[in-house]
Design a binder for this molecule. Structure first.
Ligand code: ADP
Ligand code: MG
Length: 341
């Protein structure tokens, strides 16, 4: 038809709104994994098990032992903009959970076959809700939830065509879980693919053992401890020694209040801390954790929340740069001027 011919303005049907919104949040199976693990952690899970088939395209199942969802809230959880995590604009300023937009389950439900199994703490039965039909049936399970997502993008073949091989999609899914694992050593994680255990990181009390487990022993051995406080910005974690730098920037992890982020300010700050010790194109390795007053960082910038905006970017930049410079300048264990008694 004539592309310029005016058509009447209409409100889009609910399902289409969800499908459009899903485009922003769900790029590939790993995006679903990220959202579901976010939810598991928000529910206070101590163990998260991810099961995948065909790189996550056939099946993504995320099981947790969190507080669960009561029977009569199961269908609400699948509605757009339905959340238990914020109730007011003020809450948004101080949000401490990974989620708060109430979009993920609705989005995923609109582009895949979703089933939500849950048993709420204190409830005497568990239920499974079929996202398509709305059918609710009683099932047997312990307290916690399992979200099963099958046939991702079945309704949007164009999206499905952009997916890479199963092996590549699986690698992205594992990476999504790893990012969570690096922030939450106190939680156990397991990833299965086609019935085989791919990765398993057991809960541990401290960060370094988790870094060793989920990255490598080498990552910890060839990095220095970072610990710095500037104003209200705390920076902790580990920064690789210059020799540990790699061709690819695939071991660069930044967390802001427990959330994995990508941020130009943070990248630049680290880059400048390495300026004098790292030459050429090699990329430093690091896992850095910023703690900052939630009111000073806006996490509601991007639907995937991978981008944040700092109220005072200069202070954050300075804090990170100082933190890493100080850590790199400190004598390393074994090189100490006065050996420990
Ligand atoms: P958000 O996480 O932004 O609130 P979601 O669409 O991801 O939005 O989830 C909607 C709601 O469903 C959550 O606010 C939470 O109350 C509930 N929910 C989702 N997943 C879980 C889970 N694994 N355990 C307990 N509750 C969950
Ligand atoms: Mg969520």
């Amino acid at each position: 038809g004539d592309a310029s011919a005016r058509r009447p303005i209409r409100e889009l049907p609910d399902e289409l709104i969800s499908q459009i919104a899903a485009g922003e949040v769900v790029e590939r199976p790993a995006s679903v994994v990220r959202e579901l693990v976010d939810n598991a952690l928000d529910a206070g899970a101590t163990q998260v098990t991810v099961r995948l088939s065909a790189g996550g395209v056939r099946l993504i199942s995320v099981e947790d032992d969190g507080h669960g969802i009561p029977r009569d809230e199961l269908s609400v959880a699948l509605r757009r903009h339905a959340t238990s995590k914020i109730a007011s604009l003020g809450d948004l300023e101080t949000v401490g959970t990974m989620g708060f937009r109430g979009e993920a389950l609705a989005a995923v439900n609109s582009i895949a076959e979703l089933t939500l199994h849950s048993r709420a703490r204190g409830a005497d039965a568990a239920y499974a809700l079929d996202g398509r039909t709305g059918e609710l049936r009683q099932v047997a399970r312990s307290v916690g939830s399992t979200v099963e997502v099958r046939e991702l993008f079945y309704a949007t073949p164009a999206r499905r065509k952009f997916l890479k091989t199963d092996a590549t999609e699986l690698a992205h899914c594992v990476e999504a879980v790893r990012r969570h694992a690096l922030a939450r050593p106190d939680v156990g994680f397991a990833v299965w693919h086609e019935g085989k255990l791919v990765e398993q990181w057991r809960a541990t009390a401290a960060r370094d053992p988790r870094l060793a487990d989920a990255l490598s022993d080498d990552f910890v051995a060839r990095s220095v401890s970072v610990e710095h406080l500037l104003g209200a910005v705390r920076v902790e974690g580990r920064a690789g020694i210059p020799d540990a730098a790699r061709a690819r920037g695939d071991q660069q992890f930044f967390y802001v209040n427990g959330r994995f982020v990508r941020d130009k300010v943070l990248n630049h700050a680290v880059r400048s801390a390495y300026e004098d010790v790292l030459h050429g194109q090699r990329q430093p390795v690091y896992a850095l954790y910023l703690t900052i007053d939630p009111a000073r960082v806006d996490v509601n910038v991007h639907p995937t929340k991978i981008e944040v905006r700092f109220r005072d970017g200069r202070e954050v930049h300075q804090a990170v740069r100082q933190a890493v410079e100080k850590a790199l300048a400190a004598p390393r264990a074994g090189e100490a001027e006065t050996p420990a008694a």
